[in-house]
Design a protein around this ligand. Structure first.
Ligand SMILES: Cc1cc2nc3c(=O)[nH]c(=O)nc-3n(C[C@H](O)[C@H](O)[C@H](O)COP(=O)(O)OP(=O)(O)OC[C@H]3O[C@@H](n4cnc5c(N)ncnc54)[C@H](O)[C@@H]3O)c2cc1C
Length: 396
């Protein structure tokens, strides 16, 4: 691998994960994050803070088995630090009958998104070879054409407010709102993207259980009434978040559910959440947080032959692929992409290798508006799949 200094634009999950993966392969990494990230001494301080650049931080997040396995294999110290910080893992299959080989790889991480990012940021800050800068927005890329005109090469970034940071490789981890195509356009590089709106918006409220010991994951956590979807997810620190996802067009329902009392009332009436609200003594933390603009989007950074359309540049996380949040894949995918970065730059494209196929599949629950469908997920369920499909997976 020929690159020594890597500039990572964006210090969310993908940027921090990239920094960790790259630094542990001997790279010098500078992470440039636009948000002000003051020192936070605890998970509660991190939860109380705001992240204007990643407003989904206070939305319900489920952390799928994929990210647990990845950390177990690649960053066991990070997983240990999360557990030390009060997170836990629970079996994703315990309620599905006798254990099968491989079930140990299907644990879900119980953690707030804010805690996950906080622990990850601390791990990255402790990493020799990483410099973390906040209030350091990236305005665009520095690049050139090779003398023979055959390639466009990125070699640094321009900072908002002036200044440059040079690097052998630039990683864009600027999230769902990142301006990646706009950054590459002045170099003459066009990035095709496919966008499918999910059509949904999230309304989320947080609660804290006064009795942490009684925090179960027994009751059904999610469901779909057609006109609304709902889920309840426990977090660390005896927290629980409830999300009601509605049509982005349904202004009347949004208005009603934005009222905290009515939101709670709805949760107490929904099958599944009703058990959480009746079993646990839940005290609200703040009001109802809405979030829209939830899209599926994939950007293509390779040409028809699979060759990179620009050299020394990679996009990871939502800046590369943004998925419907109901499926709870975003953070796992971001980390999968991050750990692929240190593969030899000459071979690396911005598209990660496909994940290994698994003999188990999540229930077929593609959202309206999504065109791709796996033929294998369209098959009828096996008896055990049928049992599995009655549960919510991820946050969906
Ligand atoms: C409502 C909602 C619910 C979700 N639920 C789940 C879930 O249950 N499970 C799951 O795994 N995923 C979920 N996701 C997806 C998940 O949040 C994202 O996939 C994940 O955060 C992607 O990480 P990222 O680093 O690419 O982007 P982000 O975490 O958004 O980080 C991007 C960072 O880049 C910074 N930045 C942006 N522009 C610049 C710039 N020009 N210069 C410097 N810094 C910049 C931002 O400030 C931010 O810190 C959800 C998303 C939403 C919207």
């Amino acid at each position: 691998m020929g690159a020594d200094r890597v500039v990572v634009a964006g210090g969310g999950i993908a940027g921090l994960g990239s920094a960790l993966a790259l630094a542990r392969c001997g790279r010098q990494v500078v992470v440039l994050e636009r948000d002000r990230l003051p020192y936070q001494g605890s998970a509660e301080e991190a939860f109380a803070g705001e992240r204007p650049g990643a407003t989904q931080m206070h939305q319900t997040h489920g952390f799928l088995a994929r990210i647990v396995v990845l950390m177990r294999e690649r960053f066991p110290d990070l997983l240990a630090a999360l557990l030390d910080a009060g997170c836990s893992t629970i079996s994703g299959t315990a309620a599905l009958g006798d254990p099968l080989p491989g079930d140990e790889d299907l644990s879900i991480l119980i953690v707030r998104r804010s805690t996950f990012e906080w622990v990850l940021r601390r791990a990255v800050a402790d990493e020799p070879g990483v410099e973390l800068r906040s209030v350091a927005g990236v305005a665009g890329l520095l690049g050139r054409e090779t003398p023979d005109g055959s390639r466009k090469v990125v070699d640094g970034v321009k900072l908002e407010g002036g200044g440059e940071v040079r690097g052998d490789v630039v990683v864009a981890a600027t999230g769902r709102r990142g301006e990646v195509p706009g950054w590459l356009a002045p170099l003459g590089v066009s990035v095709p993207e496919t966008v499918r709106p999910s059509g949904l918006m999230y309304l989320t409220r947080w609660y804290r259980s006064t009795d942490p010991v009684a925090m179960p994951l027994g009751p059904k956590a999610g469901g779909d009434l057609g006109y609304l979807k709902f889920l309840v997810v426990p977090g660390d620190g005896a927290t629980v978040s409830a999300t009601i996802a509605i049509s982005a067009e349904d202004r009347e329902l949004r208005r009603v559910l934005s009222d905290p009392e009515r939101f709670d009332h709805a949760c107490r009436a929904l099958p599944g959440p009703d058990e959480w609200f009746s079993t646990l003594d839940l005290e609200p933390i703040g009001g109802v947080r809405p979030m829209g603009g939830l899209i599926n989007r994939i950007r293509t950074f390779t040409d028809a032959d699979g060759a990179p359309i620009v050299s020394n540049f990679h996009a990871v996380g939502d800046a590369h692929t943004c998925t419907n949040p109901l499926y709870g894949r975003g953070c796992s995918l971001a980390m999968v992409q991050a750990v692929l970065l240190p593969t030899p730059w000459t071979r690396t494209t911005t598209s990660p290798r496909p994940l290994r196929p698994t003999r188990r599949r999540a229930p077929n629950r593609w959202p309206p508006g999504t065109t791709t469908r796996s033929s294998s997920t369209a098959r009828g369920p096996t008896p055990r799949r049928a049992r599995r499909s009655t549960r919510a997976t991820g946050t969906g």
